[in-house]
Design a protein around this ligand. Structure first.
Ligand code: SAM
Length: 403
């Protein structure tokens, strides 16, 4: 592989955005890729994947390169040099990369790989939290799996097509996919590529949605004609899935506290051919009170640490702070208490997170069931999804029935 100067410089600029300007990796990649229209898909793939790799392995690479934050430009080139040496990519003789000690890099890598927090490139507190939450061997396997780049998974939009038809349609556009056993509407890309430019995407035949995330909406057991509330709808990955399972019949209400997310949800709903969705912005407690006892089904897909989705958001390792945990779990508890009141007697709700932490998952549900609001609910089933055993994102979901 030959390194191209403008691509490597684009990576360095991206690292500066992420580590010095606080921009999320996904946004930084988007911003950098807009810079040069002449870049082909390989160039774009190089920039995006290298940026994600260096973000993911920041702690390990910084330790190997002996650089400390705040990083300056020469530090970013040193991190890049570690990335290239460890992949066996020959370094060009640019002045920014001169005197790279390749043998020392490999030696330091072998040495540091013996220590989990360096090998898995995680902050001390995260390693400690993992050990408090799980048996050591389990944590080792899980954090290792959470450091592997995520495959691209699509969810067939059954309002418009079927899985075999979508698969053929994508193949006609040069994109090969495989079905995934146990996930009836999922297709995984055989090779990473940008699917957003395909006609199939523009026609709303699929959404990009991890396989684990595709387990959430079916757990709510919705039926056409029901009144269903997605209480933390965001940009609506799961709302769109719910609409498809409802076959566009009945009423689906998507709530959130951010208007721009609901705006994006409406845009996606149009592309998906969803007609039974109404979005409502939560401006005060009144929005929720009006819906008390009114829903057959409520999905509470709460804000969480995102510790189950580190593969796609590796910068969570550096942005999340231990002090955030109490606030996040308190919000989850509050949302469960307040939003469960929208379920009508005999109705059902699903509580879900994209986290693997018991504190955000089963412990929240245990506590809720002991509370006055939780008294009228019973736990039907819960599902813990881990990256190392599923091969997909870490998720938790519990379904509760109102007695
Ligand atoms: C895990 S995300 C939801 C993802 C979304 N359900 C999906 O499948 O794409 C959590 C959402 O909760 C929203 N949120 C945060 N606080 C909230 C609150 N008090 N009430 C309702 N939604 C809230 C956030 O804006 C965010 O969109």
């Amino acid at each position: 592989m030959r390194l191209h100067r403008n691509l490597v410089f684009a990576v360095v600029d991206g690292l500066d955005l992420i580590f010095n300007e606080g921009v999320y990796a996904s946004k930084a990649v988007e911003q950098i890729l807009k810079r040069d229209k002449r870049w082909g898909s390989r160039d774009r793939g190089f920039i995006a994947e290298t940026l994600y790799d260096i973000v993911r392995w920041k702690r390990l690479y910084a330790e190997i390169a002996e650089v400390r934050e705040p990083f300056d430009r020469s530090n970013f080139f040193r991190l890049f040099a570690v990335w290239a040496v460890l992949r066996g990519i020959p370094l060009p003789n640019w002045k920014q990369l001169e005197d790279t000690p390749a043998r020392r890099i490999k030696g330091r890598f072998d040495e540091l790989s013996k220590i989990r927090k360096y090998r898995e490139s995680i902050p001390d507190w995260m390693d400690e939290l993992g050990l408090e939450s799980f048996k050591e061997a389990f944590w080792e396997k899980e954090i290792h799996a959470l450091n592997q780049p995520a495959p691209v998974v699509l969810r067939t939009n059954t309002l418009k097509t079927s899985l075999p038809f979508l698969r053929k349609h994508l193949l006609d556009e040069g994109i090969a996919t495989d079905p995934i056993q146990g996930y009836p509407h999922a297709l995984v890309l055989k090779e990473r590529t940008n699917v957003f430019t395909t006609q199939a995407f523009k026609d709303g035949l699929f959404e990009v949605q991890d396989a684990s995330s595709q387990l959430v909406a079916p757990m709510l057991e919705v039926e056409p004609g029901m009144r269903v509330i997605d209480a933390c709808a965001g940009a609506g990955g799961k709302s769109l899935h719910l609409a498809a399972l409802m076959e566009n019949k009945g009423q689906l209400i998507g709530l959130d506290i951010y208007p721009q997310k609901l705006h994006e949800l409406k845009r996606r709903a149009r592309r998906n051919g969803v007609h039974n969705l109404e979005t409502r912005l939560i401006e005060s407690t009144k929005t929720i009170k009006k819906l008390h006892g009114k829903a057959d089904r409520v999905l509470i897909d709460v804000p969480c640490t995102g510790l189950g989705v580190l593969r796609r958001n590796p910068d969570t390792k550096w942005k999340l702070q231990p002090s955030d945990l109490d606030g996040i779990t308190e919000t989850q508890k509050q949302l469960l208490t307040d939003y469960s009141k929208m379920v009508k007697p005999g109705g059902k709700m699903v509580y879900a997170t994209c986290s693997i932490l018991p504190r955000e998952n089963s412990e929240q549900i245990e506590e809720f069931l002991k509370s006055p609001e939780g008294n009228s609910f019973e736990l039907e089933k819960e599902r813990h999804v881990f990256a190392h055993s599923s091969g997909y994102d870490g998720f938790y979901m519990a379904s509760l029935r109102s007695k």
